[in-house]
Design a protein around this ligand. Structure first.
Ligand SMILES: [Fe+2]
Length: 274
């Protein structure tokens, strides 16, 4: 089911085709925090927290990331394109993914952004939860999702937490030259509140943040001559995972996202058995 992407077919044309601009040096962790803090101070965080609660642990902000950082993410897409792993699960999912392990090697700015204390503190205020980084061997901790061929999509699902605590997903739009939509349903697990459908087409720099077990969602299929790339960050409230949950999670990641090599080779290597 997995097939390595042929980089030549993953051409990033139109808006993304220009060569990555020569940017000033990669910002340090301190600079990232300072930039994000300046941006986050402009937001009405208390109101956004209320809105997150009211929407059953879901928030959408069309204009979130500073433009310069969005440009850096677009550069990162170019850098990781040779590492795209494509998957096809009939009736559920078709598309490409780049795991945190490849991002660490090819686009470390994303890893630094993921670890930004300023960002995490703000997400904690929005969610009302104490958040932790996903464990080092979780390929979803930060990942890029590529929709580059007609029909690329993901069907209705939850971002189920296999951890002992909650799992939060943050999505950032990076490239969107497509008609794809993030369709979602709020309150599906809350019998006291009617289900509430919604749909956004989150553009570059937009943010989506939600509790993975609460938001039913999908990405509608890509049409011909379209493409989109989005970035996902995953934070957890308790990074422990029971062995059976770990097995299920690894199998899902291997088949549906990153390939067995990315998921299991890392773990075998870590244990010194390869
Ligand atoms: Fe999802």
């Amino acid at each position: 089911m997995n097939q390595a992407a042929n980089p030549s077919t993953e051409t990033l044309d139109r808006s993304a085709a220009r060569a990555p601009a020569a940017r000033v040096a990669t910002p340090s962790a301190r600079e990232i925090d300072a930039t994000l803090n300046a941006r986050l101070r402009e937001l009405k965080t208390a109101q956004l927290h209320e809105s997150f609660d009211k929407q059953g642990s879901f928030l959408y902000l069309e204009d979130f990331l500073p433009r310069d950082y969005t440009e850096r993410l677009i550069d990162a897409v170019h850098a990781v394109t040779p590492a795209v792993n494509r998957n096809y699960l009939p009736g559920h999912k078709q598309g490409g993914s780049v795991s945190r392990h490849a991002i660490d090697k090819l686009a470390p700015f994303i890893a630094d952004l993921y670890r930004s204390e300023a960002l995490i503190k703000w997400l904690e205020t929005i969610s009302g939860d104490k958040l932790q980084l996903s464990p080092a061997d979780d390929p979803h901790a930060y990942a890029l999702y590529f929709y580059t061929r007609p029909g690329d999509h993901i069907g209705w699902h939850y971002d189920t937490s296999y951890y002992e605590g909650r799992r939060y997903t943050m999505l950032l739009g990076v490239i969107d030259d497509s008609s794809c939509r993030l369709d979602y349903e709020l309150h599906t697990h809350n019998p006291e509140v009617p289900d509430e459908p919604g749909s956004v087409q989150y553009p570059p720099g937009a943010l989506v943040f939600f509790d993975g077990d609460k938001l039913r969602h999908r990405i509608t299929p890509l049409k011909a001559n379209e493409m989109r790339v989005s970035l996902t960050f995953e934070y957890v409230t308790n990074p422990n995972m029971r062995p059976w949950q770990r097995f299920i999670s690894n199998m899902k990641d291997s088949i549906a996202y990153f390939g067995f090599g990315q998921v299991f080779r890392r773990k075998a290597g870590k244990n010194g058995s390869v």
